[in-house]
Design a protein around this ligand. Structure first.
Ligand code: FNR
Length: 364
């Protein structure tokens, strides 16, 4: 029997992923001390999916600076205490045979908000929030008006991504992902709907992509020859032609690859509040396929892929090199082992502690 494509190992640089079903980055808003230090929640949440057979476990959008967080309950990677707490989590993930990734993030104008379970909207500076930064003064609906970044602030943010990448490597992460999707800072610079600057960081596509490419080059430089760098992009603002478009994504994916990105993690949306998004199973997969085909760069597909056979089809048909799943891993941290079973992949990483869970019809 041929092995399912989803459970064929995949190598980027010196990292071999045991399969191509990966955990998408998901904010947990679980840093109760608001110091950016990941907690036991993160250990169990991420560790559970590693135990559950995922090939890559991508940690949530993690602030490269305090004001780069979405909320004060987000994880960070701007100091050594955070690095050390991450290293314990990474060690557990490795012990389960999975690769560990971290999404390096700056929330930009979507920063300083409440965490989801306590409602949405901005937190004012006097309540422990901060003044968000952005390309321009254009706010995300319902959130604070951002302060347009000076050239010095852009240079500081690029340097913050670089030091965050350094600390992430020191913590043991195998993959570094630059978050340039979902309406956060780097996407805000990319999209004309959030960037109306008239300097070299605004206007033409080249100018709007400048900040992202500076970040990718720095992260690549720190990552060296062995560590894969991913870039997560929103393929479209779902407001074409005036917003960010799939054509822009294809162009910038090629530039990001030339700047050192190894894989484009293709998502969509998040930069405007009222975009009509035709959500359905695998609805973003065609974007990943187009980037892969036209740019010749590896891609991962994400978004409502909950069925093992759909994930298998995406990889087997060459639409993406890997599939990320988010909510299905929340419903079932063992989604990858379940998918292997359903697809008839004979994987050897069922945890020995749980082996008797496979004895369905005999005495335990
Ligand atoms: C997310 N998503 C997300 N995306 C991202 O790039 N960084 C992040 O930190 C988060 N945080 C987050 C938290 C939670 C609770 C959810 C459900 C989602 C989006 C996520 O990575 C993924 O792209 C979407 O959830 C779509 O995939 P699924 O859930 O349909 O498989």
């Amino acid at each position: 029997m041929t092995s399912p494509a989803l459970f064929t190992p995949f190598t980027l640089r010196s990292v071999t992923f045991r399969n191509r079903l990966w955990v998408a980055p998901m904010c947990q808003y679980s840093v109760e001390k608001r110091d950016g230090v990941p907690t036991d929640w993160h250990l169990v949440h991420l560790g559970g999916t590693a135990r559950g057979g995922a090939g890559l476990v991508m940690a949530e959008a993690t602030g490269v600076t305090p004001e780069g967080r979405i909320s004060a309950w987000d994880t960070g990677i701007w100091n050594d205490e955070q690095r050390d707490a991450w290293s314990r989590i990474v060690a557990f993930i490795h012990g389960q045979g999975a690769a560990a990734g971290i999404q390096l993030a700056h929330a930009g104008r979507k920063g300083s908000t409440h965490r989801g379970l306590e409602g949405h909207g901005a937190i004012a500076t006097h309540d422990g929030g901060w003044e968000p930064l952005g390309p321009s003064t254009l706010p995300f609906p319902g959130l604070a008006t951002p302060a347009p970044m000076s050239h010095a602030q852009i240079a500081q943010a690029v340097a913050a991504f670089r030091s965050a990448a350094r600390r992430a490597l020191d913590a043991g992460f195998d993959v570094l992902e630059v978050h340039a999707a979902h309406g956060y800072l780097l996407h805000e610079f990319l999209s004309p709907l959030s960037n109306d600057r008239s300097d070299e960081y605004g206007g033409s596509l080249e100018n709007r992509a400048r900040f992202l490419l500076e970040v990718v080059r720095e992260v690549r430089d720190v990552a060296g020859a062995d560590v894969p760098v991913f870039v997560r992009l929103s393929a479209t603002d779902w407001k074409e032609p005036e917003g960010w478009t799939l054509e822009d994504t294809v162009a910038v994916s090629a530039w990001a690859r030339d700047a050192g990105a190894d894989l484009v993690d293709v998502s969509s949306g998040g930069n405007v509040a009222d975009a009509p998004i035709p959500v359905g199973p695998g609805y973003q997969v065609p974007f990943a396929a187009e980037v892969r085909e036209r740019v010749g760069v590896p891609t991962s597909a994400v978004g409502l892929v909950t069925e093992p056979h759909l994930a298998e089809h995406i990889v087997a048909s060459g639409q993406a090199d890997a599939v990320m799943a988010g909510r299905e891993f929340l419903r079932d941290p063992h989604f990858a082992l379940r998918a292997a079973h359903e697809l008839g992949a004979g994987v050897d990483y069922w945890p020995f502690q749980y082996e008797r869970g496979t004895f369905a019809h005999r005495p335990a």
